[in-house]
Design a protein around this ligand. Structure first.
Ligand SMILES: [Zn+2]
Length: 338
């Protein structure tokens, strides 16, 4: 692959819309958090832990994810994780990110933390990231769709309460089969009435019917993943006509077994059909990837050009929940390079 193109991708200002905070915690930080709370990590050294991080299957992924989650127990822990995420954003020139946080799972798993502590930690981290690195973060509060109630009402209440503390949208994650979208219609309606945006995951662990439900029952403004729309021509036409952006996470889809390899990922078909696609990293620490790597992999696998890459970043800036002034500023930075 053209070394000059790789260098340009690394240096360009970028925007990321689909990344889970808990999935950004690397082995070093995880060990630090375990030490802080006297927890026994799954491996004693960073090296050995790195081995555990090497993704093998979904069954291995969940316990590690839960262990990371359980190690985040205080406002300081959240602030630390956010600060490290900010440092990573700066290194990758990701000027703006919408970061998904699933606070209910922390409460559910570790009863000791209060909701106020979570948002205080997030906001302290966000403030320091802005000051030290000049990068901007916003939050998407995610309902874990397969956890028992009161997960839904609880998450919706806090998302609305924290609107002026960086929360821009209500999300919906977890097993699409165990938690079909229509069940969450009233919660999303309440969030939208309060001025929040709607960004459910759909069309990842279930097929096109799940994407239709996210559109009809939740008024989804973007679809987290949505790749399985490829199985329904009518849905593809609808997504294109209504310009509903898809948040594509190529490496995540391959590692979680949706597609056997990147070569067989529907990205090129969706792109050629004129859908609004954005590129994202989902859980970069757990999938051993970065947003920059995702761009480079797509370019090297499918032969995309610099113009395509600029369009992906522009799509993300256009689909972001920014004020018109913020969007104009980010687009100007991107276009300066184009
Ligand atoms: Zn996700």
């Amino acid at each position: 692959m053209d070394a000059d193109l790789v260098a340009r991708i690394r240096a360009m200002p970028k925007v990321e819309l689909h990344i889970h905070l808990e999935g950004t915690v690397g082995p070093g930080t995880f060990l630090r958090l375990c030490e802080r709370h006297g927890l026994r990590p799954p491996a004693e050294t960073e090296e050995a832990l790195r081995e555990q991080y090497r993704f093998r299957s979904f069954e291995d992924f969940i316990p590690l994810y839960l262990a990371i989650q359980d190690s985040m127990r205080t406002a300081e822990d959240f602030a630390l994780v956010v600060y490290e995420l900010g440092a990573d954003r700066a290194a990758q020139h990701i000027v703006y990110s919408e970061v998904t946080v699933t606070p209910y799972t922390h409460i559910w798993q570790h009863k000791g933390i209060a909701p106020e502590e979570i948002i205080e930690g997030l906001e302290e981290g966000r403030r320091r990231v802005r000051e030290d690195f000049g990068v901007e973060l916003r939050w998407i509060l995610d309902i874990p769709r397969s956890l028992p109630e009161p997960a839904t009402a609880w998450t919706t209440d806090w998302a609305i309460a924290w609107r002026d503390r960086g929360v821009v949208a209500l999300g919906l994650g977890g097993s699409e089969r165990k938690g079909p979208a229509p069940r969450f219609g009233p919660a999303f309606e309440r969030a939208r009435a309060a001025g929040l945006h709607s960004v459910p995951h759909a069309g990842e662990t279930a097929g096109p019917e799940s994407v239709w439900a996210a559109i009809h029952a939740l008024a989804a403004e973007r679809i987290g993943h949505g790749v399985r729309a490829i199985e329904d021509p009518l849905l593809l036409a609808y997504l294109r006509e209504h310009r509903i952006p898809l948040e594509i996470n190529p490496t995540s889809n391959v590692l979680l077994g949706l597609y056997p390899s990147l070569e067989q990922h529907p990205f090129p078909r969706l792109w050629d059909m004129g859908l609004v696609l954005t590129v994202n990293s989902d859980d970069p620490a757990l999938f051993d990837t970065t947003l920059t790597d995702e761009y480079i992999r797509l370019v090297s696998t499918f032969g995309y050009t610099w113009e395509d890459v600029v369009r992906w970043v522009r799509n993300a800036a256009d689909a972001a929940f920014l004020s018109p002034e913020e969007r104009a500023q980010i687009l100007a930075e991107i276009l300066e390079l184009g």
